[in-house]
Write a protein that binds this ligand. Structure first.
Ligand code: 13P
Length: 231
């Protein structure tokens, strides 16, 4: 079971360091892998605060080249140098606001894995796509560009459930995870309005191997409560 907190564009270095020191001292279950994904500028503070612990620090994206004229981008090699353990790729906010495509997501994922980072690749349908009965086709398209790897995890995040307080029903999550696993035999996390009061039911579904948490990962108490909910 893996519980990852995606901080999005929240928490600068000071706040990130304080959060991670509190998380380090929290009572986390031994059988749950815990990951935080701070913004780039806060990765060093998080990695320093969590050094020597089992809690992993992930970036929120990374570029496919080692270096080059790519203003605003960061490479997997640079992340490794900071002590970062992995990276998200293809979050729906990157697809929606920053022109990320299935192809760029696949390139980012492959490069990060080749560099030895772990990857959480995000997929998920929009509300319009679900209403049009296209969920299965969208997931197949988004997942089939990714190469299987022992360090790859997929996060199924239905776009309509992100930051809205609406979650997929446990049955919807179960079905989507099954579709994804038909294409790639990797762990699949559920994301989209996961909270302390709904985490246990979602995480109990067959094929749900963990959660990618946004808003509820921003306070230590609610994040720890979610990390403890599988047990
Ligand atoms: P929320 O948990 O705030 O809905 O965000 C989910 C998400 O986008 C995690 O990557």
């Amino acid at each position: 079971m893996l519980i990852a907190g995606n901080w999005k564009m929240f928490k600068g270095p000071a706040e990130a360091g304080a959060f991670c020191r509190e998380l380090r001292d929290a009572d986390l279950p031994d059988d749950v892998d815990v990951v935080v994904c701070p913004p780039y500028v806060s990765l060093a503070a998080a990695a320093q605060a969590l050094a020597g612990t089992e809690i992993g620090v992930f970036a929120q994206s990374c570029h496919w080249d080692r270096e080059g004229a790519f203003t605003g981008e960061i490479s997997a090699a640079m992340l490794k140098e900071l002590g970062v353990y992995g990276s998200l790729v293809g979050h729906s906010e990157r697809r929606l606001y920053f022109g990320e495509t299935d192809e760029t997501v696949a390139r980012r994922s492959a490069a990060a894995l080749a560099e030895g980072l772990h990857v959480i690749a995000c997929v998920g349908e929009s509300e319009q796509e679900r209403d049009a009965g296209e969920t299965d086709a969208v997931l197949r398209r988004q997942v089939s560009v990714l190469e299987s790897d022992e360090n790859l995890v997929i996060a199924y995040e239905p776009v309509w459930a992100i930051g809205t307080g609406r979650t997929a029903t446990p049955e919807m999550a179960r079905q989507a995870h099954e579709t994804i696993k038909e294409i790639l035999d990797v762990p699949v996390l559920y994301g989209g309005s996961v909270k302390p009061d709904n985490a246990a039911e979602l995480l109990a579904q067959p094929g749900v191997d963990g959660a990618l948490v946004g808003g509820a990962a921003l306070t230590v108490d609610s994040f720890v409560a979610i990390c403890r909910s599988p047990s």
